[in-house]
Design a binder for this molecule. Sequence first.
Ligand code: NAD
Length: 501
Amino acid sequence: MTRVLGNVGRGKPPVHARMSIGGQWRDADSGARLDCIDPTTEELLGTVPAGGAADADLAVRAAEEASGAWRALGWTRRAALLRDLAAAVAEVAEPLALLDVLDSGNPIAGMRGDLESTVRELHYYAGLAGQTHGASTPTGAETVSFTQREPYGVVVRIVPFNHPFKFACGKAAAALAGGNSVIVKPGEQTSLSALALAEVAEAVLPAGVLTVLTGTGAELGEALVSHPGVQRVAFTGSVPTGRRILAAAAQNLAHVTLELGGKNPLIVCPDVDPRKAARDAVASMNIARSNGQSCGSTSRLYVHESIRAAFTDALLDRVRELRVGDPCDEANEVGPVAFAAHHARVLDHIERAKASGATVAAGGSRPFGLDRGYFVEPTVFTDVTDDMPIAREEVFGPVMAVLGFSDLDDAVRRANDTDFGLTANVYTRDLRVAHRLADRLQAGYVYVNGTGRRPPGSPFGGWKHSGLGKENSHEELLSYTREKTITITLPADDPDWSWPR
Ligand code: NAD
């Protein structure tokens, strides 16, 4: 078998990777494969197995078999192994980050950040692993009643393409800490680093505890979420897929959590420095982290009319200074979007915005001189109205819309006027305004200033169509356990038996 880690690169022969099921490296049962394309050069980096129902079944059985011993290890040992995994990942963080840059097009600085935060997540859940206590119920002396939390056994974890390694590894941590075996299915466009995770984990975790299966959503994803051996599914991805997964998992009444899309508003109040707020708005679009392909990106900017012109000027200055190019080059802050179909989708959003009457204030097409690769210019639209698609639909690329407001109540109403509810963001120096707006904004996470700066342990998860459940928290750990109530009625006295004298 050719290992992924260390063998994928431009100018190197394509790597034909395999997946490990129950400790054995194998191809898909059907023999089918998916191409992994470098979005910067449009060249083939390698291929991965295109798994399907037979592979899903094999993996679920292997994971079931491994789960008993994993649970029986106890939380202190599991926590120690998660820390070992964190150390093993940290040791190869640079090649893993580079792998993600090649496979996804995300800038190198962003992917180094992803690796750091993955290691933090592993440590966070290792530290939390014992916090799955039950409770006792008050009873008389003749009865004992208490609850205990037990792992589900097998957890299926389906993740999207945009933060490939961080999601494949970091999003498995809570379920592993809770005593489950985990099957991860990465986005089919960026699967290489997830298979590298399987290589790293092989030396640390018992076989079958962490499995990575590669394949498409339609073939492999559906087979996994509807498998009768799976009682717990966690999904990160788009709203339409989230709906399909919820419906498929309903056949087994599996417990599902969903982390879905967003069209996140940022309300900029008149008491802030417009130049600083504008620079922060670009940072919180995650353009320099993942080319704007992040669920939490702040793509709707509501700016108070009194500072709108100054804010927009500063925003355009910052956007125009972003260097677009090969994401392996540290001098570049923006790379290509992840794959051809997504490139076409983002450009289509831009064209529809133009057709609806919005003004292109910056960007608006493929960057001049970059004829290869799935590049999109960082783009800012002005003259945007709330009903335009660019103010309502998630683009998932480096595209922002600037809107104005005069009245705070009106800004809150417009910010809330969406089916999404992932994050909402406020820039103000006034604590009263901050509290009032935070209280009224309909989103699962509200940032006041410092958008994106999430302390470990602060629950993250969307409202409305942006999701179900919370991650990055104790609540996530508990969501990978199920509660059992045990009531023991103590035997009545036996009149024929007495204490020996
Ligand atoms: P997607 O929904 O197309 O795919 C996500 C994953 O689901 C992939 O692994 C895909 O193969 C799989 N999948 C597709 N159809 C499936 C099915 N029928 N059954 C099972 N699995 C299936 O999403 P995407 O385009 O890869 O990712 C972008 C979306 O993800 C955006 O909407 C973004 O906002 C969202 N996202 C949300 C968060 C969050 O934390 N809320 C984080 C990152 C991305």
